[in-house]
Design a protein around this ligand. Structure first.
Ligand code: PLP
Length: 367
C-alpha cells in the first residue's frame, strides 16, 4: 500500500508527454518537440572539458554538503558584480538542480496548513511540492496580492522571468509582494534569458536576505539541464536548515558536475551563452509571428516561453495535435485554472524544428 503522501502527489505532465513522445519516436514517428523547456544546444565545451578533467583528476568523492567553496565563491562574485551586493559563499548552497533547491526552500519554511501564494498560471511543480510539504498552494494575481493574504500566508513563490508566461515581475510589484508576505521564494532560473526589458532579482529588494530565498541554477542559461546543478541563496538560518536536508537526503551535489559548472563564469563560455540568448530571441520572434498569424491571443512574452490562447480546451487541442500532426505541446491547465484554454509552446528547440512544428500547427488549425 502506497503512502497517502505519494498517492496524492501528481506527476509532472511535461515529463509524461516527453515519455509518450519518446515511445512514438521508437515506433518511427517524427515528433517535433515544442513541449519541453530544454535547450537543444550542447553544453559549452569549456564546461564539458572541465568536468572531464575533474573526473580524470579523481574528483569523484563527496564534497562539502554546501558544495565546493570555489563555486560558491564564484557565485558570490557574480552577485557583487551584477547587483553590488555582498553575499558570503556561506549563504549559498549548491543543489541538484534548482528543482531540489525549490524542494529544500519550501520544506525549510512550510508547516502543515501554511498557505503559499503562487501565480496563476505558474510552474506546475510548485503546487505539487507545496502540497507534499503539507502546505496549501493558493493561486493569485501578483497585482492584487493583498486580496489573497490570510492569517496562514507564509510565503509567496515569485518566478521571474516566468514559466509559462515569459513575463518579468517589475520592482513595484516586487515591493508590494515584500510588504505583504513573510517569506519570498524567488525562482530565478530564467534570469539572463530576457529579450526585452530587465529582470529584477529579489536580492535587489532584500540585500540582507532577511525574508528571501533565491533559487537558481545553470540548466537553462548554459544548456546544462542534465547536469543537475543549481543553488539556493538565503540567510544563515535558512541555509543551515537546507544544509541539514542536503546532508541527510543527498550528502552533497555531484562532484565533477560542480567542477564543470565553475567554468560558466569564463569569458569563452560567455560568448557561447550570448549566442544562445540571441538565438532564443530569434526563435521567439518566429513563434510569435506564427501565433499572431493564427489569430491567437498571447501576452507579451519577453523571456523564456509562450502561452497562447487556442480558443478551445487546451488539453484536447494538445492531445489531438500530437496524435494527428506529431507536434508536442503542453496543455495550459496544469499551470493553473487560467490555462484551461491555452497551450504552452516552448521554443527551446532548433529554428528549423520550430518552423516545421509551427507549419504543422498551421495545417492542423486550417483543416
Ligand atoms: N523552475 C522553473 C520555473 C522551471 O521551468 C524549471 C524547469 O523547467 C525548474 C525550476 C527546474 O530546473 P532545474 O531543476 O533543471 O534547475
Amino acid at each position: 500500500m502506497l503512502s497517502e503522501r505519494v498517492m496524492d502527489f501528481e506527476s509532472f505532465e511535461v515529463m509524461d508527454i516527453l515519455a509518450k513522445c519518446e515511445d512514438m519516436e521508437r515506433r518511427g514517428e517524427d515528433v517535433i518537440h515544442l513541449e519541453i523547456g530544454e535547450p537543444d544546444f550542447d553544453t559549452p565545451k569549456p564546461i564539458v572539458d572541465a568536468c572531464l578533467d575533474a573526473l580524470k583528476d579523481g574528483k569523484t568523492h563527496y564534497t562539502d554538503s554546501l558544495g565546493i567553496y570555489e563555486l560558491r565563491e564564484k557565485l558570490s562574485e557574480k552577485y557583487k558584480r551584477e547587483y553590488g551586493v555582498d553575499v558570503s559563499p556561506n549563504n549559498i548552497i549548491i543543489t541538484g538542480g534548482s528543482s531540489l533547491g525549490l524542494f529544500f526552500a519550501i520544506s525549510s519554511i512550510i508547516d502543515r496548513g501554511d498557505e503559499v501564494l503562487i501565480q496563476n498560471p505558474s510552474y506546475p511543480c510548485y503546487k505539487n511540492i507545496i502540497k507534499f510539504c503539507g502546505g496549501i498552494p493558493v493561486y493569485c494575481n501578483f497585482e492584487e496580492i493583498e486580496n489573497y493574504i490570510s492569517k496562514r500566508t507564509k510565503a509567496v513563490i515569485v518566478n521571474s522571468p516566468s514559466n509559462p508566461l515569459g513575463e518579468v515581475v517589475s520592482k513595484e510589484i516586487f515591493k508590494e509582494i515584500y510588504e505583504n508576505v513573510p517569506y519570498v521564494i524567488s525562482d530565478e532560473i530564467y534570469s539572463g534569458l530576457v529579450y526585452e526589458g530587465k529582470h529584477v532579482s529579489a536580492i535587489e529588494l532584500d540585500e540582507n536576505l532577511e525574508k528571501t530565498i533565491i533559487v537558481n541554477g545553470f540548466s537553462k542559461l548554459y544548456a546544462m539541464t542534465g547536469w543537475r546543478i543549481g543553488y539556493v541563496i538565503s540567510n544563515r538560518e535558512i541555509i543551515n536548515a537546507v544544509l541539514k536536508l542536503q546532508q541527510n537526503l543527498f550528502i552533497a551535489p555531484t562532484t565533477f558536475a560542480q567542477y564543470g559548472a565553475l567554468k560558466v563564469f569564463d569569458d569563452n563560455v560567455k560568448k557561447a551563452r550570448d549566442y544562445m540568448i540571441k538565438e532564443f530571441d530569434r526563435r521567439r520572434r518566429l513563434v510569435l509571428k506564427y501565433i499572431k498569424s493564427f489569430g491567437w491571443r498571447v501576452n507579451n512574452p519577453v523571456a523564456a516561453y509562450y502561452f497562447p490562447d487556442v480558443g478551445m480546451d487546451g488539453r484536447e487541442f494538445s492531445t489531438k495535435l500530437l496524435e494527428e500532426k506529431k507536434v508536442a505541446t503542453v496543455p495550459g491547465i496544469g499551470f493553473g485554472s487560467v490555462g484551461k484554454n491555452h497551450i504552452r509552446i516552448s521554443y527551446a528547440n532548433s529554428y528549423e524544428k520550430i518552423k516545421e512544428g509551427m507549419e504543422r500547427i498551421k495545417e492542423f488549425i486550417e483543416f
